[in-house]
Design a protein around this ligand. Sequence first.
Ligand code: ADP
Ligand code: MG
Length: 571
Amino acid sequence: MTGNDLKRILKKINGRGYKAYKDIEGLYDFGTFRLSIDHAQGDPFASPSRVRVLIPVRETGFPPDLFSRKPREVAFRDFLSRAFEGAIRRYSKGRRGTGRSGLIDIDTGGQEILERTSVILKDGWLEVRFFVGLPAHGRTILGHEAQEMFFGEIPRIVRESLFWASVDKVALRRHVEVCEDQEALREMLEELGLVAFVAEGAILPRRSGVDDRPLKEGVVPVEVPFELEVTVELPNRGRIRGMGIPKGVTLIVGGGFHGKSTLLHALERGIYNHIPGDGREYVVSDQGAVKIRAEDGRYIEQVDISPFISNLPFGKDTRKFSTENASGSTSQAANIMEALEVGARVLLMDEDTSATNFMVRDERMQALVAKEKEPITPFVDKVKKLHRQFGVSTVLVMGGSGDYFDVADTVIMMDSYRPRCVTQRAKEISKVYASRRRDEGGENFGTITPRAPKPESFDPSRGKRDVKIDIKGLKAILFGTTLIDLSALEQLVDESQTRAIGAMIHRYAQRYADGKRSLKEGLELLMAEVREKGLDCLVPYKPPNFAMPRIFEVAGAINRMRTLKVRQLSP
Ligand code: ADP
Ligand code: MG
């Protein structure tokens, strides 16, 4: 069908009841692009209609080197989604009429560049997926308004954002190159023996707890202490200097309000690539870095937390620990063990969000409360062994206890937002003020026991629907009738990731959770499938708003399902 056919249908259904919009579903040739109306919404308040624009890539004029390799391609698509959104802001007349009438909307990212489904490059086609609120007055179709949207606004938005001739060429190239550099930098970490790299001059603080853009006023850019200085060569930017955070145990100390948590937050987000101008473009951390916090009240299903907790009152077995309502320390222990179970390589922790009795137990407390009466082995007695036995590093913000000096390999002091290396000084202090506390952690870290989720854990049905999975904002999923609270997954940054996780749990349950395979094995198969086929493989339609999560956040969601049942496997 051609654009004229769409015009004709819109004329015909003008003034009729909303359901008649179903008649416009279909594929139309608009000359410079094709328009596919995949799904027309059922009423003006329902979630808006799904529409796609398709253009042969060679007709867009974009130089192929901008999307020829993987990290470049992701950044290229990310840029186009932002350009499309910018054009919507300029050329869409916006909401008018009832409900979502008049709306045009595309899914784009915040400060991160993520693999997402709103813009796809496939088989020589550029495909842009977006939402349209089909216009109505009450439930009466406004055909003229719809015509204006499909023949005025959308073609203009397409023209102004999806062609090489119309985009900001310098900005696009920069977007692609900066993203590629971050990816390259992250890949260098292993060889450099680092868990993270923080570039000189980086801007770490954010505008507010709810605004992730860089702080504008009174910012102190990162200065590099010479002891930790590392210089690397990036493919586009060339040489760059920064602070390398080595593998092992790293402590971030310093007075309150001196920027400790801000540095740790930047490391948490360093698993993602950032947009140019973010300030954290060259702040990268190991992909396997997982933020750990206390999370009292959470559900735990048969997690082996025995490295940290044993001899609970009433003989509760901590090698198979289950609870509907975890305490601060048991939740933090479970969060660590679950992260290790799916392959975490770095743990990031902040005293601000940790359980005190999980982190420390000083010599006086050891004298007063005998080891036999204390189920908790504090993290300080395990952190070094965790690195020795499993090669898992830790970066820990700890301004409140010097007991960690004995086990730290690197100590960074934040001093008025300036990082300084104080490892030497901390080691001297731990000699001079030798602690009489005893290591209660035993010889080794302990065992990481894998678990196999049982298939019956996952029921996506709700009411008449066999599969009903919704998100409730960034940090909650309603899977069937099971509400999953993700508020402790601090490295989840985009609602579209949350949405994808909902679909991934379903896919995991259908394909990979056989009650025998470990969670890690099953999720690795799932992640490999999604990487190979794309996020599209998760649902029977073309999803316009999925973004890629990591295995840790998917596992984190599954582990928090109050319906989860597992069988422990032998370590
Ligand atoms: P700490 O964890 O050491 O108590 P925070 O990291 O929470 O300190 O930082 C305290 C405040 O200082 C925050 O409001 C933060 O935004 C701000 N801040 C952190 N780093 C910088 C910096 N480099 N320049 C300016 N302000 C900063
Ligand atoms: Mg803090």
